[in-house]
Design a protein around this ligand. Structure first.
Ligand code: MF3
Ligand code: CO
Length: 247
C-alpha cells in the first residue's frame, strides 16, 4: 500500500526535510581536504540532535553511523571512519532526518578540490538526472516515467545506471512503498497527490555493476571507477511536486 499523507504528516515531513537541507548545508561548509569522514558524521549528528530531530539511519537495520559517506568507487552506504578526504575525492553524503516519527532522505555529491572534466561531468550530470526525473512528477504520472527520464539522460551522457538500489516512498518509515527505479520498467503504477517519494539516481562513470564489501554495508563499483548520487524527498501534488529537502 502506498500511503497518502495527511496535512499534519506533510507538515512534519516538511520540517524533517528542512533540517535535512540545513544539515547538508553545514556539511558542505565543512567538506575539505584532510577532514575525516567520522568528523563530518559527528557534525551532522550533533546538528540533527540539537534541532530536536534524530538521524534516521543510525541503527537502521544495524547501520552503525548517523549518515552515509561514500567516496570515489563507493556508490552508497559508506560508513564514516578515520579516513581523511583527499584532493580530487568524489564524496557522496546521504542524510536521513526524523522529526516526530516522520522521515526525510537526501543525498548530494561533492568534489574535494580539483578533478578532471570527466569527473566534474559525472557529478553535474548525476545532479541533472535527478531534476530530469523529478520534472515528470505530478498526480497521474506513472512512477516508471521518472526512471525512463533518468535513464535516458544518463545514457545520453555516457553514464551507467545502478539498478540494484532504487528510490522509495518516505513517511513514518524511511523506506516505504513504492520502489522508484532509476531505469525504465513496464510498471504502470501512478502517482497520486499526497504521496511522498525519494528519487535517488546513482550513476557510474564505468560499468553499472556493483558489489558489497566485507563490512556488510558499503557498495562499490565493480570496475573501481567513480560513482555519484543525488537524492531529494518530494511531495506529489495535483500539478507537480514540492521538494521537501530543498532550500
Ligand atoms: N538513504 C539510503 C537509501 O535510501 C538509506 C541508507 S540506510 C543506511 O538508500 F542504513 F544505510 F544508512
Ligand atoms: Co533513499
Amino acid at each position: 500500500m502506498i500511503s497518502i499523507k495527511s496535512d499534519r504528516e506533510i507538515e512534519l515531513m516538511k520540517h524533517a526535510g528542512h533540517i535535512n537541507y540545513l544539515t547538508h548545508k553545514l556539511i558542505s561548509e565543512n567538506i575539505k581536504e584532510g577532514i575525516s569522514t567520522k568528523a563530518l558524521n559527528d557534525i551532522a549528528h550533533k546538528f540533527i540532535i540539537d534541532n530536536g530531530c534524530k538521524p534516521s539511519f543510525l541503527n537502521y537495520e544495524g547501520y552503525p553511523a548517523s549518515i552515509c559517506i561514500s567516496i570515489n568507487d563507493e556508490v552508497v552506504h559508506g560508513i564514516p571512519s578515520r579516513r581523511k578526504l583527499k584532493n580530487g575525492d568524489v564524496v557522496s553524503i546521504d542524510i536521513g532526518v526524523e522529526y516526530k516519527g516522520y522521515h526525510s532522505d537526501s543525498a548530494n555529491t561533492y568534489i574535494v578540490g580539483s578533478a578532471s572534466k570527466e569527473i566534474i561531468d559525472l557529478v553535474d550530470n548525476t545532479k541533472k538526472s535527478l531534476y530530469e526525473g523529478l520534472s515528470v512528477i505530478k498526480e497521474g504520472a506513472k512512477i516508471s516515467d521518472i526512471g525512463r527520464k533518468i535513464e535516458d539522460f544518463a545514457h545520453q551522457n555516457h553514464l551507467s545506471v545502478v539498478r540494484e538500489l532504487v528510490g522509495h516512498g518516505v513517511g513514518s518509515d524511511i523506506h516505504e512503498e513504492p520502489d522508484v527505479p532509476n531505469y525504465f520498467t513496464k510498471d504502470i503504477v501512478k502517482l497520486k497527490s499526497g504521496m511522498v517519494i525519494a528519487v535517488e539516481p546513482m550513476l557510474n562513470l564505468g560499468t553499472r555493476h556493483i558489489y558489497m564489501v566485507e563490512d556488510g554495508w558499503t557498495i562499490k563499483t565493480e570496475d573501481g571507477k567513480p560513482s555519484a548520487h543525488f537524492e531529494h524527498t518530494v511531495l506529489v501534488t495535483k500539478d507537480g511536486f514540492v521538494i521537501l529537502t530543498g532550500e
